[in-house]
Design a protein around this ligand. Structure first.
Ligand code: BGC
Length: 429
């Protein structure tokens, strides 16, 4: 029943600024949610009020034994107007990161996690090559401000989700509906990542540091044909996998752009990541490109996503075949489970997969430390190890949060832990 995790693998949890901080910020997501676009009517202005409660949250995270924490900084707070950097926001993040380190938690900083300052959004954000310089200026500022505290960076979170949801008709800002535009955004973002990768290394090296690690976090899914016997289903599944993730891993990680993606910056083909960040949640069943079905009778999360533990290691193997020799960091893996009814079972299955696979996985970040503002679904979707009661902002560690704490302590799962936490849990069908 029990399992031991790979030696040296760091365990932690992840969040993103827009999803937890709250407050009035000049970002595209603040504007979007204030326009009433979110399905449950909530806005990201409330979220977890982490901007004010960061210290209590970090104490809680430390009490849960997290060894590392993936968080993001809000570009719109740091640069609320083009070229004007806010010293008080920078000081705030410095205090937060310093405290995290004092607690012994290794910081992993995400520079871009879906949200844009409004001024950047108005200029066309990542849909325009001439905007790359704005992102790079922000990166430069971030390394100048935090480079002495942070050695590990995710440049861009889930470029594929950002581009498809915002530019190919999924209702995220700016809600454009063109696949060509989505591909363009991805080309520009790949260039942003590559240049940021080089810049962060250059700057930290000049500061005298030799331990810099930079990567991106790609949303990866397991893909399977609805009917394995049907060649159309098989071809569609393979095509979708290649367009949605594999070709992007090549572009971002190797500077190797293959049709329909284009190398707009004339980048050399070489390695542009020190770790491969993988966010894994689910499997898509495909009979024609874009349909993303769920296998009938399969267990599902409260979001309706199939729960498929083996997909995690399938994705790791696939990514390492595309970018060989580079370790994987699972930068997100989690489950929407509002009642915390089967999260322990989910954690058990994922860790069992990792323990049995003997792959080079150096870190694991559970998504999410806290329940938070889940983009278009607002406050109604809960992924947290810690439950947040939004009206009072009270935090309560879930049973899964206590399980996670023991997993870190034990660096695995004992039979006794299995009996106390996992036995008796069942997925919804
Ligand atoms: C994103 C998170 C999001 C999570 C659950 C990932 O796609 O990076 O921001 O909350 O999945 O949907």
């Amino acid at each position: 029943m029990g399992c031991l995790l790979p030696k040296g693998m760091l365990l932690g949890a992840a969040t993103a600024a827009t999803q937890i901080e709250g407050g009035k910020v000049n970002s595209n997501w603040n504007e979007w949610s204030n326009q009433g676009r979110i399905l449950d009517g909530s806005t990201c202005e409330r979220a977890c009020d982490h901007w004010n409660r960061w210290k209590e949250d970090l104490d809680l995270l430390a009490s849960m034994k997290a060894e590392t924490y993936r968080f993001s900084i809000e570009w719109a707070r740091i640069e609320p107007e083009e070229g004007k950097f806010d010293a008080s926001a920078i000081a705030h993040y410095r205090e937060e990161i310093s405290y995290m380190k004092k607690l012994g938690i290794v910081p992993l900083m995400t520079l871009h996690h879906f949200s844009n300052p409004l001024w950047f959004e108005r200029k066309g954000a990542f849909a325009k090559t001439e905007n790359v310089r704005f992102f790079l200026d922000f990166v430069k500022e971030a390394v100048k401000d935090f480079g002495d505290l942070v050695s590990d960076y995710v440049t861009i979170n889930e470029p594929n989700v950002y581009a498809l949801n915002g530019y190919a008709g999924q209702g995220w800002p700016p809600d454009e509906k063109s696949l060509t535009q989505a591909a363009r955004v991805l080309n520009v973002m790949a260039g942003c990542h590559i240049r940021a990768y080089e810049r962060i290394h250059r700057m930290r090296e000049a500061m005298g540091y030799k331990d810099t690690r930079v990567g991106f976090a790609m949303h990866m899914r397991a893909f399977t044909a609805k009917n394995q016997e049907n060649p159309v289903d098989r071809t569609s599944a393979a095509l979708e996998k290649s367009l949605f993730q594999n070709k992007l891993l090549r572009a971002f990680g190797n500077g190797d752009f293959r049709v329909p993606y284009r190398n707009l910056g004339g980048f050399e083909k070489k390695n542009y990541c020190d770790f491969i960040g993988i966010n894994y949640y689910t499997r898509s069943v495909v009979s024609k490109v874009g349909d993303n079905l769920t296998r009938e009778g399969a267990p599902k999360s409260d979001f309706g996503w199939e729960i498929y533990a083996a997909g995690l290691t399938e994705c790791v193997r696939e990514a390492q075949a595309i970018i060989p020799g580079i370790p994987v960091w699972i930068t997100e893996n989690g489950i929407c489970d509002s009642e915390d009814a089967f999260r322990c079972l989910f954690l058990y299955e994922q860790f069992r997969e990792i323990a049995d696979a003997h792959l080079s996985i150096e870190r694991y970040y559970y998504w999410s430390f806290l329940d938070n503002f889940e983009w278009m679904d607002g406050e109604s979707r809960r992924f947290g190890l810690v439950r947040v009661d939004y009206p009072t902002e009270k935090r309560t560690v879930n049973k899964s949060g206590r399980f996670f704490t023991e997993i870190v302590d034990h660096h695995g799962i004992s039979d006794n832990m299995y009996d106390r936490y996992v036995r008796g849990e069942e997925y919804h069908l």
